[in-house]
Design a protein around this ligand. Structure first.
Ligand code: ADP
Length: 400
């Protein structure tokens, strides 16, 4: 079964066409600047990259451009649109309604509309992407895979904030968590690499990219995670503050006379390791600056590692122990020095890193020594493959 995996943003659309039987990526690409002018970058497996500047007026035009690229006689990979058997959409927010991936129906679309207030930048783009596929590939089953769904297993005590309960009832203010597809993927891969059933393991997954979150995965399900009502909560990130005393926000707004939007920008775009280092939001730049003696760059890295390590400690308490820790995403997969810095705090767990393995890159592997009490892994995330797997399962069940 060929599955088109789509990730629609407000002005971009990422795609992969995956053969879900072999799990091979047949082609992948990206549409950018949708509604502005338009750019499509398309990469068939084993073929030449192709770039087009043809205008992309809206998401329907972008989905059409993707289909055209997939069918193209020179850089295409299929001969007819009928060879796209299903579409899997990455959807950011499923609210409380979706605890797993679902076939998209009119009710599901309505529920997504209802969640729009919770993800004003993302959910509308997903809905437009779904409508574009319905128009251009009528009758092809579409599946929604939610970033929040994996965390719907969190108990009330983990997701409720200690604010008046009426705000949970009225506005559904609670912890939702994000990156769920990634946490699910790497926790399952970790169990497979350990040769154990997910039901028998307590794993802390650390998705450390530009945005970052940790998840406590106990017996195969999420019991806590560090992002909250929005992706601003939790550990420090590239430009996001992560958790901060809410009173400091109120203080700053009063002192600097900041509007809600200005404060929002400070917390989301000017904070995190960028804010502390004053150098960059990219960890590569910060690591380089720190190596050259920039003290604030070093402080930003220390602050980051300390908070990740403390969160691992929290989740060890939440799960009454931990069997494995997984690092994934841009920073988690590539920065051996950051992994080592975090693990330095974890000696109390009996963790011993294998320095040689920790310096390698690119493949899934155990980076702790054989005798380490808690195993540590690097596992490249693959959200697109997880979406394709979920889509396949749902579509195959339709036929039964
Ligand atoms: P997102 O999907 O959240 O945009 P990614 O998972 O692609 O983020 O991660 C991007 C981040 O990973 C970059 O900001 C960069 O700081 C970090 N990163 C990527 N490669 C390296 C590397 N070799 N060393 C250190 N950091 C890296």
């Amino acid at each position: 079964m060929n599955i088109l995996v789509l990730n629609c943003g407000s002005s971009s659309l990422k795609y992969q066409l995956i053969n879900s039987d072999t799990e091979a990526v047949l082609a992948k690409g990206l549409c950018e600047r949708i509604g502005i002018d338009g750019k499509l970058k398309h990469e068939p497996a084993g073929g030449e990259k192709y770039v087009s500047d043809a205008p992309l007026a809206d998401h329907t035009a972008a989905v059409q451009a993707v289909i055209d690229a997939l069918l193209d006689k020179d850089h295409g990979v299929i001969e007819s649109v009928d060879e796209i058997h299903a579409v899997g959409h990455r959807v950011v927010h499923g609210g409380e309604k979706f605890a797993s991936s679902v076939l998209i129906t009119d009710e599901v679309k309505q529920a997504l509309e209802d969640c729009t207030e919770l993800a004003p930048l993302h959910n509308p783009a997903n809905l437009i992407g779904i409508a574009a596929c319905e128009k251009l590939m009528p009758g092809v089953p579409q599946v929604g895979v939610f970033d929040t769904a994996f965390h719907q297993t969190m108990p009330e005590k983990a997701y409720l904030y200690a604010i008046p309960y009426k705000y949970y009832e009225k506005y559904k203010i609670r912890k939702y968590g994000f990156h769920g597809t990634s946490h699910k993927f790497v926790s399952k891969e970790c169990a497979a690499m350990m040769g154990k059933a997910p039901e028998d393991l307590r794993i802390v997954t650390c998705h450390l990219g530009n945005g970052g979150s940790l998840c406590a995965v106990k017996n195969g399900v999420s019991v806590d995670t560090s992002m909250g009502f929005t992706p601003l909560d939790g550990i420090a990130m590239g430009t996001r503050s992560g958790s901060i005393d809410p009173a400091a926000v109120l203080f700053l707004m009063r002192k600097e006379n900041l509007s809600i939007d200005e404060m929002d920008k400070v917390l989301n775009k000017e904070s995190g390791v960028l804010g502390v280092s004053g150098v960059s939001s990219d960890f590569r730049d910060i690591e380089e600056a720190a190596a050259q003696g920039n003290e604030r760059a070093a402080l930003a890295l220390d602050t980051f590692a300390y908070r990740v390590a403390k969160t691992i400690g929290e989740y060890t308490a939440a799960m009454n122990g931990v069997d494995a820790i997984v690092f994934t995403a841009g920073l988690g997969e590539n920065s051996g020095s950051m992994r080592a810095k975090i693990c330095e705090y974890l000696g109390y767990l009996g963790i011993e890193l294998d320095e040689e393995k920790n310096s390698k890159r690119g493949e899934a592997m155990q980076i702790s020594k054989e005798g380490s009490k808690v195993k540590v892994f690097v596992i490249p995330t693959n959200e697109e493959l997880m979406i394709a797997r979920d889509t396949k399962e749902i579509v195959e069940n339709l036929k039964k």
